[in-house]
Design a protein around this ligand. Structure first.
Ligand code: NAD
Ligand code: AHE
Ligand code: ZN
Length: 414
């Protein structure tokens, strides 16, 4: 297939909000600096639904959505040196070229090399799409377009991972889980002993919550009290969240007072950190205003629709609260996604030592958990977020589940 057009199945969004259609799509060969990937598994993230809704100013139609996936390199264009056919990879919507002003700054994980193309659904070199249906071009999405059996991405948007990693699981490391973990580690840098509010208990919010659990344990030893409060309007989410160790819930619907006031009253003046994992601008305001005077920091993770704006009294910031945001949890994609996969794999290794006589586990596990693994590595949960598995052909059904409450991540076999 190398150097040739591939015809394969892909889910095409012809128009906003109209059901996706499985089409025979022509995928052109990768040009210089590009990589063609056979996508094996893709999950659905709320951001796909957001763009599909027509509210994303960067959403162009017809397009092929999808950005949380894993697959195998099929072929590479001229000059591509870091991956080759057969490599197992995770496409990265946030590129990392290691050369641009952004990458070199050391201050951000954003990359400037191909962003002007990925925001308008084309490839950088010729500003054209590599997808077409009967000669009609179909736009790319986020530089990834993973709702397709084959996709073409820029070489700066591919993370090469351990070939033994299960692709049906680690596809989640393409977006939601790292975003939540990184929001805590990289963006907020939450300290042990902090009081924290997490708004929205979907995959991103629960990933935030999971990472905070260490801090509660450490904080309990070191500084005493630390509280993690989960906030969601969907009662069913509370049941799921219990499996992730969430113990303190607030449902704004149960209160007459504004939710920020409820939280301030609960926490003697407000939380040290809050995370908005929904994409609702009035919740973003509440998340800032429930922060403690003098130091409370609020991180915006959710993506809000075109035309939506945040507001608050400037006095909230004058009196020391800090408003921040995060993209992909601040992780540098090509450098750190393989590392996240490794951390996940160590956990898999530890829990599947079936070849060990059982009694040896008593020796092996304490050693590995206590000394050999970097801090937190037992806690890269991935499998736990996968509540549903389907095929690409069932993608519309999978999107419907997203609104149902019982679903965190649905993984599609492509
Ligand atoms: P999700 O739909 O699985 O979860 C959202 C949760 O918010 C749901 O449980 C829902 O019940 C809850 N919710 C909705 N309205 C609410 C309200 N008014 N008050 C309290 N809870 C409310 O979504 P997800 O996939 O976890 O993504 C969450 C958000 O993060 C989305 O906006 C998504 O676009 C964004 N996102 C951002 C990044 C990034 O890099 N910044 C990465 C991934 C996702
Ligand atoms: N096109 C949207 C922007 C959406 C957005 O902010 N995307 C996040 C990732 S969401 C993943 O689920 C992001 O990484 N943003 C930084 C970037 O470079 O896009 C809009 O609203 O305009
Ligand atoms: Zn996403």
């Amino acid at each position: 297939t190398q150097g040739q057009v591939i015809t394969c199945k892909a889910a095409v969004a012809w128009e906003p909000n109209k059901p996706l259609v499985i089409e025979d799509v022509q995928v052109a060969p990768p040009q210089a600096g590009e990589v063609r990937i056979k996508i094996l598994y893709t999950a659905l993230c709320h951001t796909d639904a957001y763009t599909w809704s027509g509210k994303d100013p960067e959403g162009l139609f017809p397009c092929i959505l999808g950005h949380e996936a894993a697959g195998v390199v099929e072929s590479v264009g001229e000059g591509v040196t870091e991956v080759q056919p057969g490599d197992h990879v995770i496409p990265c919507y946030q590129a990392e070229c290691k050369e641009c002003k952004f990458c070199k700054s050391g201050k951000t994980n954003l990359c400037g090399k191909v962003r002007s193309a990925t925001g308008v659904g084309v490839m950088m070199s010729d500003r054209q799409s590599r997808f077409s249906v009967n000669g009609k071009p179909i736009y790319h999405f986020m530089g990834t377009s993973t709702f397709s059996q084959y996709t073409v991405v820029h070489d700066v948007s591919v993370a090469k991972i351990d070939p033994s990693a299960p692709l049906d699981k680690v596809c989640l490391l393409g977006c939601g889980v790292p975003t939540g973990l990184g929001a805590v580690w990289n963006t907020a840098k939450v300290e042990a002993g902090s009081n924290v509010a997490v708004f929205g208990l979907g995959t991103v919010g629960l990933a935030v919550r999971t990472e905070l659990k260490h801090l509660v344990a450490e904080g309990a030893k070191a500084a005493g009290a630390s509280r993690i409060i989960g906030i969601d309007i969907d009662c069913k989410k509370f049941d799921t969240a219990k499996n992730f160790g969430v113990t303190e819930f607030v449902n704004p619907k149960d209160h007459d007072k504004p939710i920020q006031q409820v939280l301030v009253d609960m926490t003697d003046g407000g939380v040290d950190y809050s995370f908005e994992c929904i994409g609702n601008v009035s919740v973003m305001r509440a998340a800032l205003e429930c922060c403690h005077k003098g130091w409370g920091t609020s991180v915006i993770v959710g993506v809000a629709a075109s035309g939506q704006e945040i507001s608050t009294r400037p006095f909230q910031l004058v009196t020391g609260r800090v408003w921040k945001g995060t993209a992909f949890g601040g992780f540098k994609s090509r450098s750190q996604v393989p590392w996240l996969v490794e951390k996940y794999m160590k956990k898999v290794l530890n829990s599947t030592n079936s070849f060990f006589p059982a009694f040896l586990l008593f020796v092996f596990l304490p050693i590995s958990h206590g000394f050999l693994l970097p801090k937190g590595s037992q806690e890269i949960k991935v499998d736990e977020y996968i509540t549903h598995s389907m095929t690409l052909g069932e993608i519309n059904k999978a999107f419907n589940l997203m609104h149902g409450g019982g679903c965190l991540r649905c993984v599609l076999e492509v």
